[in-house]
Write a protein that binds this ligand. Structure first.
Ligand SMILES: [Zn+2]
Length: 139
């Protein structure tokens, strides 16, 4: 079974187009500098509708995560166990994602991670991998 397709709107389409081009973007308020994900019409801090779309550097840290051992949708069955994580971009926005390329028991709060856009069923998804800098800290 295929993964669900994103619902495109004038607000979300630029986000997905940027991911197709290899760039994660977020919105940033022109009034108060608040930065956020996912897309919304107005600033969650001051409700201004004056914002810009900004490219993310792709560096972030782990805030929290859960590990799924059951597939609640058929397209997830092949990846069990997998994690769903809250991560914080260095620019401030937090987002839900998965940290791939490692066992979930290797995750640590505040671990440094790097964006890895991965296409699934033709959809570019903003996943993350552990940064090499973490391995330097352990050694
Ligand atoms: Zn604002």
């Amino acid at each position: 079974m295929s993964a669900p397709q994103p619902t495109l709107s004038p607000l979300t389409q630029p986000y997905w187009e940027a991911l197709h081009a290899g760039q994660l973007t977020f919105q940033k308020c022109e009034e108060c500098d608040q930065a956020w994900l996912p897309a919304r019409e107005a600033c969650p801090n001051c409700l201004s509708i004056h914002w810009e779309r900004v490219p993310a550097a792709g560096t972030a840290k782990v805030v929290s995560w859960v590990v799924y051992h059951t597939a609640y949708a058929d397209h997830l069955a092949a990846r069990i166990p997998y994690n769903v994580a809250v991560v914080e971009l260095d620019e401030g926005p937090r987002m839900l994602t998965s940290i791939v390329g490692c066992r979930s028991d290797a995750l640590l709060v505040d671990a440094r991670i790097q964006l890895k856009i991965t296409a699934e069923d033709g959809i570019p998804l903003p996943y993350f991998v552990l940064s090499e800098v973490n391995e330097e800290v352990v050694e």
